[in-house]
Design a protein around this ligand. Structure first.
Ligand code: C5P
Length: 431
């Protein structure tokens, strides 16, 4: 995530170097904004070297890119460590006399101030009032540690240890990010968020099918379904974000396909047969195939070249249907017989359950019948319907991959969170 690390002019600035290192090692992008006076303690070169980013202190550097506004807007979190008594006073007053205070004023991101100063300054009525006002505005002001200070004095005012600050930073970032899940092949278990935990996808070829198919009856009518395409798009985006080269085969969708997005190519289809042809062309070369599309099981047996008309005798037209190819089952079958095809195949199932079986049992049977490696079950019910942004999924793993019987992982969250869980589940089986 993106952090702005502000450093004000206290001797404890040297400890912020270690804090920066902890943030970088955790994979965060950090822009350091020292106050001009703090450069007397730690110089710009140190911040630039460790953050790997350019460092400026004044609003008047890089004016063209409006740095004070941009850094504040882009940040997920702003941390100031050490925050001196002077910095607290300036933040409280809303002053904007250097790049750091201007950024604090221009941001909507959460702010964590970590004070460090002599005990007398911390205990002073002015500082106490500043802290109270800042906290009242929603700014988090950490309690300083108690211990040895610069001189011979001891007491509250010491900068907490970088590890302790980093722990709080990580908690705040986790709150901001919300739950994201990496898959663990054990029922009901998710591990901590870590987008970089899927190096298996870097440079891989991933094919995702998304949206619904449309089966024409005549030039103006068709049989369709309610698939929104959102889950498929989220999957394509998650895979691309993990460094895969994604080919998105997009059917009919309520939302825009991610055209012109790095690492994603989009191919449009309408009918199941067009989808079959597109998958047939792409799947053999893919490392991972995710069949999120809602494919019509049936299509009209015949297509009327002219619009079907109401007849004089009042007869209702009879539409006969025939089965569409099961593209998923066919691709898996092909992989088995030809030895070519996607390394990992993920199928989807939308089930309501029936009198005889619950949705999970139906999905388990479908996983075996289709022969795919993972099957994502979407429970379709009154509160969980097509097109919604929140979803509940169960990821079922084929018994041939999982050691014992197929483990099930359950997740309720946004479609992007579901996509991340599905992608990392699949990534675990890429060879
Ligand atoms: O049999 P059902 O339609 O429930 O199976 C759903 C899964 O099979 C989805 O992954 C869907 O993309 C795929 N499918 C297919 N070809 C069909 C029907 C479904 O590939 N004709």
């Amino acid at each position: 995530m993106r952090i702005v690390l502000g450093v004000s002019a206290g001797i404890a600035a040297y400890k912020a170097v270690h804090l920066l290192r902890l943030m970088r090692e955790a994979g965060h992008q950090v822009d350091v904004i020292p106050t001009p006076a703090s450069e007397k303690f730690v110089g710009r070169a140190t911040w630039e070297a460790i953050s790997g980013r350019p460092v400026t202190t004044s609003v008047f550097s890089g004016v063209d890119e409006v740095r004070h506004v941009r850094l504040g807007q882009e940040a997920d979190l702003i941390v100031v460590a050490p925050a001196t008594a002077d910095l607290l006073a300036r933040a409280r007053a809303g002053m904007a006399d250097d790049l750091l205070t201007t950024t604090l004023l221009a941001t909507e991101a959460p702010v964590l101030l970590v004070p460090a100063m002599h005990t007398e300054m911390w205990n002073s009525a002015a500082t106490a009032e500043n802290v109270e006002v800042l906290r009242g505005r929603g700014t988090e002001v950490m309690e300083p540690a108690t211990g040895r200070l610069t001189g011979k004095d001891t007491g509250p005012g010491r900068l907490p240890e970088p590890e302790q600050i980093f722990e709080r930073v990580s908690e705040l970032l986790a709150e901001i990010q919300g739950p994201t899940y990496a898959y663990a092949p054990r029922a009901g278990t998710f591990y901590a968020p870590d987008p970089q935990a899927q190096p298996a996808l870097l440079g891989r070829s991933v094919v995702v099918t998304a949206g619904g198919t449309r089966e024409p009856l005549d030039p103006v009518r068709y049989l369709g379904n309610r698939s929104s395409g959102k889950q498929g798009i989220a999957l394509a985006e998650s895979a691309a974000a993990a460094g895969a080269q994604v080919h998105l085969i997009a059917g009919i969708m309520d939302v825009e396909a991610p055209e012109n997005v790095a690492n994603i190519t989009v191919e449009r289809i309408e009918t199941a047969e067009q989808l079959q042809a597109a998958v047939g062309r792409r799947a053999p070369e893919a490392d991972l195939l995710i069949m999120a599309a809602a494919v019509a099981d049936f299509r009209p047996t015949s297509y009327a070249a002219q619009k079907i008309k109401k007849t004089e005798d009042g007869e209702n037209p009879v539409i006969t249907l025939e089965r569409n190819p099961d593209i998923l089952a066919e691709t898996v079958q092909h992989r088995r017989t030809e030895g070519t095809g996607p390394g990992v195949v993920v199928g989807f199932a939308a089930e309501t359950g029936s009198a005889e079986a619950d949705p999970l049992q139906l999905a388990q049977a479908k996983l075996l019948r289709k022969g795919c490696d993972l099957l994502v079950l979407n429970q379709v019910g009154e509160t969980l319907v097509f097109g919604q942004d929140e979803t509940e999924i169960h990821i079922l793993t084929s018994p041939t991959l999982a050691e014992s019987s197929a483990p099930v992982t359950t997740l309720r969250g946004t479609k992007h969170q579901a996509a991340e869980a599905i992608i990392s589940a699949a990534a675990a089986y890429l060879v």
